[in-house]
Write a protein that binds this ligand. Structure first.
Ligand SMILES: Cc1cc2nc3c(=O)[nH]c(=O)nc-3n(C[C@H](O)[C@H](O)[C@H](O)COP(=O)(O)OP(=O)(O)OC[C@H]3O[C@@H](n4cnc5c(N)ncnc54)[C@H](O)[C@@H]3O)c2cc1C
Length: 472
């Protein structure tokens, strides 16, 4: 039995950032998998490396929570800027999302012309810029101090955004871009699905702005894979990988943790497991009940991994938008991430490619092994066919390694079949779990709690958690 102050359960972006910030404390980070990073890990298969999920790194800029955290930890990530953040291709028509507003607008107008494009996209950019300048981003519960800070944040939001806060995304699109074409709307929704897990019909204007504006920030590629950033963050942290926490029991002043290898007593526990998966860890009925309140959000990913034997010059990111949904997916688009040609680890013996689309866990349940494999192959082949359709110089023979992952794969490796958290919509915003809980010393971090998914969303949650944890 070992005694410690803080047990962090999971090395996803959230678990890793909070551990790095508190690395000087008596802290252990437990990770079930061999690789660190969860959805943002990099893994090895057949002597080649692949990014499991996340590939874009956004928010490493002054006054942004991500940069602030990296500076506090004393880490400079080994990153390269992606000058063209994403190249979207729809019906062979190309729009490059670049940071420069005028250049982007020219690109956009050449494909999706609308006389109000400038007003629409300038508003999106302005709202996003204002959001990241807010001083008091906070959302926590269960103590007077937390409620006061949350109210302060809401007051600041209302002061900055006023009536815009109450506008819906679709309302705004219809008002500013009347008679928008189906193709143009599909271009907008395809990006919202990647960043916010839903489309404009469920979102507020504020959420849509944050989702659409990310390529107006610098977008980075991580050399050596996304997992390299996580490994760098955890360099001085006591990490126990391949050690899963299987049960937790609250005692008078501690939590008793049983892992696959040992037993621990910790005064504080930070869970980086998806919120829907946390209940089953606890032996205490009241803690179980608390976690059971958060209903499962069935948003998952279908991911294809391939190794491509070509020296063709390729960008880091493409998004292909199709007419109809991909089989066994809930999206008509897929996102392609390609290793940088000079990345010695990922691009050794060809490009390493991660292609992802949105699916549901339920699509992959209740199947026999043969049914599951057949369904997976159908989806994979469909995506590959469309991928090749959009890259004239890449041929089937260039594909050297090919395999894919569903919600089942994600569950097997990182204990979650939902990938991407619950969409923050106009309806769900106040049901979002906070980083603290009604139980002294028990905290949450990650993309299923405030403020949502990806590096920027999880980093905001980490920032609030760090203040709650250290009573700042
Ligand atoms: C396909 C895909 C593409 C994406 N692309 C991007 C992108 O380009 N850019 C971006 O910013 N975001 C992207 N995202 C979103 C981003 O990856 C996630 O929001 C983020 O990585 C989630 O971090 P998290 O802190 O919630 O941890 P998770 O990734 O959920 O990791 C949790 C970790 O906890 C571990 N764990 C769970 N239970 C236990 C236990 N009992 N004991 C020990 N360990 C445990 C798991 O093994 C896992 O490693 C993408 C996501 C997916 C799925």
């Amino acid at each position: 039995m070992k005694n410690l102050d803080i047990a962090v359960i999971g090395s996803g972006i959230g678990g890793s950032l909070i551990s790095a910030l508190n690395k000087n404390k008596d802290l252990i980070l437990f990770e079930k998998d061999k690789n660190l990073g969860g959805c943002a890990s990099t893994f090895k298969r057949n002597a080649a490396y692949f990014n499991a999920g996340a590939t874009t790194f956004v928010g490493y800029e002054n006054n942004h929570p991500i940069k602030n955290i990296f500076d506090k930890v004393g880490i400079i990530p080994n990153i390269l800027e992606s000058k063209i953040a994403i190249r979207t291709i729809q019906n062979k028509k190309i729009v490059d999302r670049v940071q420069d507003f005028e250049e982007f607008l020219t690109n956009l107008n050449s494909v999706y012309y609308h006389k109000n494009n400038r007003i629409f996209w300038q508003t999106i950019k302005d709202i996003d810029e204002k959001f990241w300048k807010l001083k008091n981003i906070y959302y926590a519960k269960y103590s007077l101090n937390a409620y006061v800070k949350t109210v302060f944040f809401i007051r600041e939001l209302i002061k900055e955004f006023g009536f815009l806060l109450f506008k819906t995304a679709d309302g705004y699109i219809n008002e500013i871009l009347p008679n928008i074409t189906k193709e143009y709307k599909s271009f907008i929704n395809a990006q919202l699905l990647i960043t916010l897990q839903t489309n404009s019909k469920d979102l507020s204007l504020l959420a849509m702005s944050l989702g659409l504006a990310y390529p107006f920030h610098k977008v980075f590629y991580s050399l050596g894979g996304m997992g390299k950033i996580i490994e760098d963050l955890l360099k001085d942290v006591n990490v126990q990988n391949k050690e899963e926490i299987i049960s937790i029991k609250k005692e008078a002043n501690n939590y008793r943790l049983i892992s696959t290898k040992d037993e621990y007593l910790a005064s504080k526990v930070i869970l980086n497991s998806a919120i829907f998966e946390s209940s089953k860890l606890f032996l205490d009925e009241n803690i179980k009940k608390y976690y059971d309140k958060f209903s499962f959000s069935d948003q998952s990913a279908f991911v294809v991994y391939l190794k491509l034997d070509t020296r063709e010059k390729l960008l880091h990111h493409y998004q292909i938008i199709l007419e109809d949904n991909i089989p066994n997916c809930i999206s008509n688009s897929f996102f392609i991430s390609i290793s940088d040609i000079n990345d010695e680890k990922l691009s050794k013996d060809g490009y390493s490619i991660t292609i992802s689309s949105h699916s549901k866990a339920i699509f992959w349940e209740g199947l026999t092994k043969d049914e599951y494999e057949a369904k997976k192959e159908l989806t994979q082949n469909f995506i590959i066919k469309e991928f090749l359709n959009n890259f004239e110089n890449i041929k089937q023979e260039n594909i050297k390694t090919l395999f894919s992952a569903t919600s089942k794969t994600f569950y097997r490796y990182i204990n979650r079949s939902n990938c991407g958290g619950k969409p923050i919509t106009t309806k769900t915003i106040f049901q979002l779990p906070s980083c603290n809980t009604p139980f002294e010393g028990l905290y949450n971090v990650g993309d299923t709690i405030f403020a949502g998914q990806g590096w920027p969303g999880v980093a905001i949650g980490v920032d609030v958690l760090n203040k709650e944890l250290n009573k700042i």
